[in-house]
Write a protein that binds this ligand. Structure first.
Ligand code: ARG
Length: 330
């Protein structure tokens, strides 16, 4: 499965190199060569050829159809996506490639639109600005829809529900959002975690450019808790034994794709493409590959069970303590 994806990406990248050779970066070129070589040495080579051929065909047809519209996109037939690839399982680095749910869904959307996807990796707090300035056509980075953000960009239909969760040390006394009062909280700069933690009474906020850096600070005892999106939280907790995830979410939110305010036409096309991908099951297939019944299932489930057990143990301890108190009072 993984090989196939690499192959598919390689196919797409080769095409985008031919489509806009001058703007292609050396980095991309290297990645393409490597990915292509890898694919060529495996049985996936065949899949690559088919995929590439299919994409090429679609591109040609689309080129005729959308010739008039072409100047509307940043670089002809290229759909430029701004992201921050520090956010597994939505977008992260795997070797020289950027993979994840957003990366793959964006590639599917681009192919629905007969375009080539080009991913630009940047700081999370720059992704909306990139769309506003036209440096990117879309921003897709597990971006939560908020009223403030709606003032500066347009959002597509939401494609996933998410939540901010709290990560603490295994032996932490923090058991839920209320216990964050007065604590030192680590967040990724510019995220909704950062924004909402501001409202926690007497808390001090430590901002990191990457979510994982906040988690590292937690493991070093430099912060008391990290507030971060649920899925990356699970990935980070899964990788590190000395931290745990609290059950009670800090907020509930929705992710959507951001497009420049004036780009209503692209917004409509993206919503249409999303609807098609949800309808034909391709969207779910990508999500399931990274979350749920994909290869991470066993791990994710283990984390979830562990978290559930911990909460159970915690509430047991709490009721025990309460009982003791009652007995004492009596
Ligand atoms: N959902 C949060 C937000 O919109 C965090 C997203 C962070 N994404 C990333 N690729 N680093 O603020």
């Amino acid at each position: 499965m993984k090989k196939l994806v690499v192959a598919a990406l390689a196919g797409v990248m080769v095409l985008s190199l031919t489509a806009c050779g001058n703007s292609a970066k050396k980095e991309t070129e290297a990645a393409t060569t490597e990915a292509a070589t890898e694919a060529a040495t495996t049985e996936a080579a065949e899949a690559e050829t088919t995929e590439a051929a299919e994409t090429e065909e679609m591109t040609e047809v689309a080129a005729v159809e959308t010739a008039a519209e072409e100047e509307k996109t940043a670089e002809g037939g290229t759909l430029v996506m701004a992201t921050n690839a520090e956010f597994p399982p939505y977008e992260y680095h795997e070797g020289d490639d950027i993979v994840g749910i957003d990366a793959e869904v964006a590639a599917l959307i681009a192919s629905e639109l007969g375009m080539e996807l080009q991913i630009e990796d940047m700081a999370f707090d720059s992704v909306l600005a990139a769309v506003q300035s036209g440096k990117a056509d879309i921003a897709m980075a597990g971006i939560t829809v908020t009223e403030d953000r709606k003032q500066v960009v347009s959002f597509s239909d939401s494609y996933v529900s998410a939540s901010q969760l709290i990560i603490v040390a295994e032996d932490s006394e923090i058991a839920g959002p209320d216990d964050l009062v007065g604590k030192k909280i680590g967040v990724q700069l510019g995220t909704t975690g950062d924004i909402y933690v501001e409202d926690v009474e007497d808390a001090s906020v430590e901002r990191f450019s990457k979510g994982f850096e906040a988690v590292q600070a937690l493991m070093q005892g430099k912060v008391d808790a990290v507030v971060i999106d649920g899925e990356p939280a699970k990935v980070f907790v899964n990788e590190n034994e000395e931290i745990k995830l609290l059950d009670q979410p800090f907020t509930e939110e929705e992710y959507a794709i951001a497009v420049a305010k004036e780009n209503e036409e692209l917004l409509g096309k993206i919503n249409d493409a999303l609807a098609v991908l949800k309808e034909n099951g391709e969207f779910d297939a990508v999500v399931n590959k990274y979350i749920g019944d994909g290869e991470q299932t066993a791990e994710t489930e283990a984390v979830e069970t562990e978290a559930a057990e911990e909460t159970e143990a915690a509430s047991e301890a709490a009721s025990e303590a309460a009982e003791e108190e009652t007995t004492e009072a009596a």
